[in-house]
Design a protein around this ligand. Structure first.
Ligand code: GDP
Ligand code: MN
Length: 445
């Protein structure tokens, strides 16, 4: 080998060039992503760029690779070396129209703000692909395009290839697909399934409201007791729960996960309202029973005033049905993983109300947050305008959220079922939240 190089020194030059070409491609492709077509387009334009501008681009790339090899991490990234539009030119992508388009970047290569260990957690069915894509478009547009947090999709059935491709196309962030096995989506052995079916039938006859089906109950149980210990979410501290078919109305100019960490917040919501009492006949009694055994689990500065008029009497006065609407949540997974919550969930699960009644994950999460967290650890994201049928939260302060172009929604026109802005309608629970929280009525700040 050495011998052949000595005899023909030009071979060394060829080898060196070939080596540099490989490094050039791998580095470039690893720094840009938006689906496979994009990579293909980049590849084409890169060939052109390399031919025209090899001498200009090569030193920069070599630097990158050297530092990756040395420390396992790049000491600077693609964008750092690029100051002018001419610097950028070799990386431009040639469109079908023959024009050059600026290259695309992974969001966190551009936004250097420290990030939380966080992601979007979505429980969803294959059949909800179109609504899922709409939700993603809003989340990406209003927030995630600038931050690049991963999407974690969970399903009790295998995701179809169509679903996977369909959602992947909506983001340039990492996307994960997780399967929920029977241990997280099924009947525990202490549940009497015949009795559960009877109860379900009774309720359907009584009142036709969505959410009385068998799968809905598995869903609520999963959202109460399992998503926070699923394999694919174990590396995260914070999550934003997203559902198909939601809308976001306000531009987000800060990172809500970092906000949570900065302020030691554990639970964030946008909408609070009253639960249908027929879905939870014995939930409060079961909670009382649990708390009798664990009086030390009450947080020092708990938020029970949200759920009763006389918080000093703890659970005694009964439940006013106020809860945080859990189809939106920005929260700390470590809260659900805590001893208090695990034991609370296990107690409820043993009691069987997910199947014998129709306990929702919303009241379960809410009661736990109100009991085990201090008031200051629960946050109302007033600045996140949000829709999940049939309710909307639209921030009311005109100067702060509307005149400046931040939000596109009308606080007076948020749901046909309401007679006034959701914040002040009696079906909602904002009044109960404001009397409890440290900040008070956000509209008066
Ligand atoms: P609602 O918000 O109370 O009307 O209930 P949804 O039908 O929206 O369900 C809540 C969340 O769980 C949504 O993200 C759904 O996509 C998801 N979901 C509900 N049922 C199932 C199910 O059987 N399988 C899966 N994989 N997801 C479900
Ligand atoms: Mn929903």
């Amino acid at each position: 080998m050495l011998d052949s190089v000595v005899r023909r020194p030009q071979r060394l030059l060829f080898a060196l060039i070939a080596f540099m070409v490989v490094l050039f491609f791998t580095t470039y492709l690893s720094l840009s992503s938006w689906g496979s077509e994009q990579v293909r387009t980049h590849f084409e334009s890169l060939k052109a760029a390399f031919n025209k501008n090899a001498t200009q681009a090569a030193p920069q790339i070599q630097d990158d690779v050297a530092s990756i090899a040395g420390s396992g991490k790049p000491s600077h990234t693609f964008m750092d070396g690029i100051k002018t539009i001419d610097d950028l030119r070799p990386f431009a992508v040639k469109g079908k129209d023959g024009n050059l388009y600026p290259p695309q970047f992974v969001p966190h290569e551009v936004n250097k703000m420290p990030r939380a260990k966080a992601g979007f957690i979505v429980l969803v069915r294959n059949s909800e692909l179109e609504d899922m894509r709409k939700s993603m478009r809003d989340v990406e547009d209003r927030f995630n395009r600038k931050y690049g947090y991963p999407w974690i999709f969970l399903n009790n059935e295998p995701f179809t290839e169509e679903f996977k491709q369909g959602v992947k196309k909506m983001t340039r962030s990492e996307v994960r697909f997780g399967f929920i096995g029977p241990e997280m989506w099924g009947y525990p052995d202490w549940i009497n399934q015949t009795y559960a079916a009877e109860q379900r039938k009774k309720m359907t006859e009584e009142q036709v409201i969505y959410g009385w089906s068998e799968s809905y109950r598995h869903m609520c149980r999963f959202q109460s007791g399992f998503f926070w210990r699923h394999n694919l979410t174990m590396d995260l501290d914070y999550y934003w729960r997203v559902e198909p078919g939601i809308k976001l109305f306000c531009d987000m100019d800060y990172d809500p996960f970092v906000f949570m960490e900065l302020n030691n917040k554990k639970y964030g919501f946008t909408i609070s309202l009253h639960e249908y009492s027929k879905t939870i006949p014995t939930l409060w009694d079961q909670t009382k029973e649990f708390m009798k055994k664990h009086p030390d689990y009450y947080a020092k500065d708990h938020a029970l005033h949200f759920m009763t008029d006389e918080p000093e009497k703890l659970l005694e006065p009964g439940y006013n049905m106020c809860h945080f609407w859990s189809n939106f949540e920005i929260a700390d997974l470590r809260f659900w993983r805590s001893k208090q919550y695990r034991e609370y969930f296990d107690h409820l699960d043993k009691a069987g109300g997910f199947f014998y009644e129709r306990w929702g994950d919303a009241p379960v999460h809410s009661i736990a947050a109100v009991l085990f967290l201090n008031r200051s650890q629960i946050h109302h994201f007033n600045d996140i305008g949000y829709y999940h049928g049939p309710w909307t939260h639209c921030p009311m302060n005109k100067a702060q959220y509307h005149d400046n172009g931040k939000c596109i929604c009308n606080p007076e026109d948020v749901c046909v079922l309401l007679t006034q802005s959701a914040d002040y309608d009696n079906f909602m629970c904002m009044k109960e939240w404001w009397r409890t929280s440290i900040e008070g009525d956000a509209n008066k700040l």
